[in-house]
Design a protein around this ligand. Structure first.
Ligand code: 13P
Length: 221
């Protein structure tokens, strides 16, 4: 089976998206690229996450031609491929309809940077204009709109995150949804106060030291 490890990861992280409440039913999609082999493993279209086994995951070349898998690949395959073309630094893409992030997407607003964890996604999470799902227009706009960050909102649709691998793209989706929920809660009781660009840059810098390296001797200051 081609891309066996990557297809297992797509099936596994799909279930995790569901368990974390980051998506529902069959909505959203995810993929992993093997740049050396120039192949991508993509969730099949319109299949319930709980039903997906590794063999169901589609394998495509970078032109979008399917080379393995019994089902049609995700309708958002053009968006995944456009992101891989635009961002040679990434190895995985996740698209969700996470409720709080999607709330801001439906307001056509960036996620208010009310909590330092916004820095997990970069300096900000922009929102690109609406384009119909599965279109090249949406693919191009998401790939351009994400810039050098790790997340972008799709107006009236949902969230897209990227990472070196699925673990990172998943953590970014969790962090963005957390900040979106807090921003929504804050706006229920007061006026959200966004962090300043300087505070976010500082959080970004500190985050680059954050990790499991207990003996690194670095306090991040
Ligand atoms: P697929 O089931 O084709 O991946 O589409 C789901 C979706 O969320 C479209 O944006």
């Amino acid at each position: 089976m081609l891309l066996e490890r990557e297809r297992k990861l797509v099936a596994e992280y799909g279930r995790m998206l569901l368990m974390e409440g980051l998506t529902k039913g069959k909505a959203g999609n995810l993929s992993v690229i093997d740049r050396a082999r120039r192949l991508v493993a993509v969730k099949p279209s319109a299949v319930e996450y709980l039903e997906i086994v590794p063999e169901d995951v589609a394998v495509l070349d970078l032109e979008g031609k399917q080379v393995e898998g019994p089902w049609k690949p995700s309708s958002e395959t053009p968006m995944h491929l456009a992101l891989y073309r635009e961002r040679p630094d990434i190895g995985a893409v996740i698209h969700t309809h996470s409720p709080y992030s999607t709330t801001f997407a439906c307001l056509e607003r960036e996620i208010p940077p009310v909590h330092y964890l916004i820095a997990v996604a970069g300096t900000h999470v922009p929102c690109v204009p609406y384009a119909a799902f599965g279109t090249e227009a949406l693919a191009e706009s998401a790939a351009r709109g994400i810039g050098c960050g790790k997340a972008v909102l799709l107006a009236h649709h949902g969230l897209v995150t990227v990472g070196a691998d699925l673990a990172e793209a998943f953590s970014v989706a969790q962090a963005v949804e957390f900040v979106a929920e807090i921003a929504w809660r804050v706006s229920c009781v007061g006026v959200p106060q966004g962090m300043t660009p300087g505070q976010i840059e500082d959080a970004l810098r500190r985050m680059s030291h954050y990790g499991r390296s207990a003996l690194a001797g670095e306090d991040g200051a």
